[in-house]
Write a protein that binds this ligand. Structure first.
Ligand code: TRP
Length: 349
């Protein structure tokens, strides 16, 4: 692995998920444990987690549990890949979980210098409506701002004496005050639903957030007074940008965003990295490789939910029946349709 440290503050992304599972001591995800699995679960994009059995037991036995995620209100754009996390939140909501979505405005202020008022504005105007348009049931979702939730802040202060600086450095690789404060606050975000009602909870995350999960579990185990259930996590693979890079960096040129216009979609898809050959003729003869094609990556993760349809398209691409130009046209069509439906839901909210 090129990047030894995967942490929430840099944007280096993994290339080999199997290695990560081993290295981080994660539990492999077993689809069979979770009823009614969604596309990402069925197709291996959900690959690991921590303490997953606690949650699958709650689902099967209809016992209370919660799922929680956070919004970083740093820009007014929402990366298309966010859909993966929300798909998981929607899944857990449908399986009976209490759902919490917080706006990490204090973390954004501390680590990215985002003004609290500005953060509030874009969270209310863009992020929260996007999350609802992706399928969360607004009436049954508890939204909050870190800066407005004194229970969470008080809990963060109280829990701060349950971690040491050395431990922090071992988990994150460094220790800056703004990051320490944000991490402890995130621990409080993750654990606070249990103050009212002791129950298992799960956090769907990209692997970059795993350090926060480890810290949360360490602190939860030590804060005996609260008698917390150690929080579970479930890991979803990243959606690469259309140019094939796994970096999540906002400056990365060819990333899709929710609310992208038809024109933006056309332009981005036209420049996508494909698994095609150098010329049409060659592709007709040898076929393309859907495994190395970013449009197929989009189809697999989000745009084609029917397994048979996906399989057929992959076969046709491999056999040279579908050329890149046709595939791009098709991807553009699907994306434009997705965005139009999405925009409608976003506006109606
Ligand atoms: N640190 C998260 C991010 O960078 C945001 C966040 C804050 C969060 N608190 C959380 C995510 C609790 C999950 C659970 O995106």
């Amino acid at each position: 692995m090129k990047n030894e440290f995967i942490d929430p503050w840099t944007s280096s992304m993994p290339e080999d998920y199997a290695k990560i599972v081993k290295k981080f001591g994660l539990q492999k995800f077993d689809e069979g444990d979770f009823p009614n699995g969604n596309t990402l679960m069925r197709r291996g994009f959900v690959f690991a987690g921590r303490d997953l059995k606690k949650i699958s037991d709650c689902i099967k036995q209809k016992k209370p549990f919660y799922a929680l995620t956070g919004i970083m209100p740093t820009t007014d754009k929402v990366h298309f890949g966010t859909k993966s996390i929300i798909d998981m939140m929607v899944y857990f909501q449908k399986q009976g979980a209490d759902i919490y979505v917080l706006v990490a405005d204090l973390e954004s202020a501390a680590t990215r210098g985002v003004d609290l008022k500005e953060a509030k504005k874009i969270a209310l105007e863009v992020h929260i409506p996007c999350y609802i348009a992706l399928g969360l049931d607004a009436k049954k979702t508890k939204f909050y701002f870190q800066s407005e939730n004194s229970d969470v802040r008080n809990l963060a202060f109280e829990l701060s004496n349950k971690a040491t600086l050395n431990e922090y450095k071992a988990i994150y690789g460094n220790a800056e005050p703004a990051r320490i404060m944000s991490s402890i606050l995130q621990v409080a975000d993750i654990l606070h639903p249990q103050i009212k009602k002791k129950m298992p909870g799960i956090v769907p995350v990209g692997i970059d957030q795993d350090p926060h999960i480890r810290l949360s579990r360490d602190i939860a185990g030590r804060a005996k007074k609260f008698d917390f259930v150690l929080p579970s996590s479930i890991n979803v693979k990243f959606l690469p940008s259309l140019s094939g890079s796994l970096k999540m960096s906002k400056s990365e040129g060819n990333s899709l965003y929710l609310l992208d216009s038809d024109e933006e979609i056309k332009k981005k898809v036209s420049k996508a990295l494909t698994g095609g050959q150098k010329t049409k003729e060659e592709q007709g003869e040898k076929g393309g490789n859907p495994e190395k094609d970013m449009l197929f990556e989009l189809f697999r993760q989000h745009l084609i939910t029917d397994d048979k349809e996906l399989e057929k398209r992959e076969e046709d691409y491999q056999n040279g029946k579908i050329l890149d130009s046709e595939n791009k046209e098709f991807a553009t069509k699907l994306l434009i349709k997705f965005m139009r439906d999405f925009r409608k839901k976003y506006k109606n909210y």
